[in-house]
Design a binder for this molecule. Structure first.
Ligand code: CP
Length: 314
C-alpha cells in the first residue's frame, strides 16, 4: 500500500493504520504551532487531479501538502487537454514527466487511481474513485473516533443511507471492522449493494430498531448525481423513514456520536438540529482532515523514497 500509494482500506496493513494514527497526532501538534509548517517534503511536487467536485478532500490535501512544504500542482480537468481528447494514461504520463513525486486522484471510475499509478510509475492517493473507496475519509473518521472514544474496539457503528453508491461506507466498513468495530448498515433495499455476502456487517431496513444499540451513527447523503434519486419513491419518503431528526436522536444511548463525511444535505438525511447538536462531530471530522492527510502524504512519499518514517520535525 504505502510506497505505491493508498488505494483502499481493504488492503491496508494494520501497521500502516497504526502508524498513520501516530503520525496524525504528531502533525496535529505541528498544526497548533504559530508557524504550522515542517520541511518534511520540501522539494517534492504533489499533483492534485480532481475529476469530480470536492470541497473537503481537495482543500485538505492541498493544505496538507503545503504544511509539509511540498509544491502543489493543481490540475483542472475542464481546462485541461482531457477536454481535447487526451487519454487518462497520457495525462498521467505527462504529469510524471514534469517531475511530480505523487498524485492525489479523484475520479468517477472505480480503479482509476490505481491505473494512474501503474501508467505513471508514481505513488497515487485515491481521493475517491466512483463508488469503490475513499480511504483517506475513513482514516479521518477513525482518528476522530479514536480521539473521542480511545479506540473503536467493540464500538457499535451504524451506517445509514445510500450505501450502494457510498465509497465512504465501503472504506469505513473495511477499516472499522478490522479495528474491532461491529458495523450495521441501514438502508432501503434499493440503496443497498446487490449483495453484501462476505461483508463484515449486519443489514436492516429498520433504523429505529438499531438506534438504541448504536454508539456511532454515520449518516450518508443520497447521491443524486449517481442516480440514487431514481431508486426512491421520493426524498420526502426517505427522510420520513431514514432521516435523522431530534426525535430519533433521543433514541440513541447517551454519548453516542453522530458523524457525516459531508457534504450534508440538511433536512434530508440529517435535520439542522441534529447536525448542530453537541453529539455531532462533523466539524471535528473536517478539522482532522489536514493532519490525517499530512500523515498519508508523508508516509506515501517517505515510503516511495525509501526514507525513514517517523521523524516529522526534520
Ligand atoms: N467527504 C468528502 O469527500 O467531501 P468532499 O466531496 O467535499 O471532498
Amino acid at each position: 500500500m504505502i510506497g505505491r500509494g493508498l488505494f483502499s482500506t481493504y488492503e491496508m496493513e494494520r501497521a500502516d493504520v497504526d502508524a498513520i494514527l501516530v503520525e496524525a497526532a504528531s502533525f496535529r501538534e505541528v498544526l497548533s504551532r504559530p508557524i504550522p509548517v515542517v520541511p518534511a517534503l520540501r522539494g517534492s511536487t504533489i499533483a492534485m487531479l480532481f475529476f469530480e467536485n470536492s470541497t473537503r478532500t481537495r482543500t485538505s490535501f492541498e493544505l496538507a501538502a503545503k504544511r509539509l512544504s511540498a509544491d502543489v500542482l493543481n490540475f483542472s480537468p475542464a481546462t485541461s487537454s482531457v477536454s481535447k481528447g487526451e487519454s487518462m494514461r497520457d495525462t498521467a504520463e505527462t504529469i510524471a514527466a514534469m517531475g511530480a513525486a505523487a498524485m492525489v486522484v479523484r475520479h468517477s471510475s472505480a480503479g482509476l487511481p490505481l491505473a494512474m499509478s501503474e501508467w505513471s510509475g508514481l505513488p497515487v492517493v485515491n481521493a475517491g474513485d466512483g463508488s469503490h473507496e475513499h480511504p483517506s475519509q475513513a482514516l479521518v473518521d477513525l482518528v476522530t473516533l479514536t480521539d473521542r472514544r480511545g479506540n473503536v474496539d467493540g464500538a457499535r457503528v451504524t451506517i445509514v443511507g445510500d450505501i450502494d453508491h457510498s465509497r465512504v461506507a465501503r472504506s469505513n466498513i473495511w477499516l472499522l471492522s478490522a479495528m474491532g468495530a461491529h458495523v450495521t448498515l441501514v438502508a432501503p433495499p434499493t440503496l443497498l449493494p446487490a449483495t453484501t455476502v462476505g461483508w463484515p456487517v449486519d443489514v436492516t431496513d429498520d433504523l429505529e430498531d438499531v438506534l438504541p444499540e448504536t454508539d456511532v451513527l454515520m449518516l450518508l447523503r443520497i447521491q443524486r448525481e449517481r442516480g440514487a434519486g431514481r431508486r426512491l419513491p421520493s426524498l420526502r419518503e426517505f427522510t420520513m423513514r431514514y432521516g435523522m431528526d431530534a426525535r430519533r436522536a433521543e433514541m440513541l444511548p447517551e454519548g453516542a456520536l453522530i458523524m457525516h463525511p459531508g457534504p450534508i444535505n440538511r433536512g434530508i438525511e440529517i435535520s439542522p438540529a441534529v447536525a448542530d447538536s453537541p453529539n455531532a462531530v462533523i466539524g471535528e471530522q473536517v478539522a482532522n482532515g489536514v493532519a490525517v492527510r499530512m500523515a498519508i502524504l508523508y508516509r506515501v512519499l517517505a515510503g516511495a523514497a525509501g526514507k525513514a518514517v517517523g521523524a516529522v520535525d526534520a
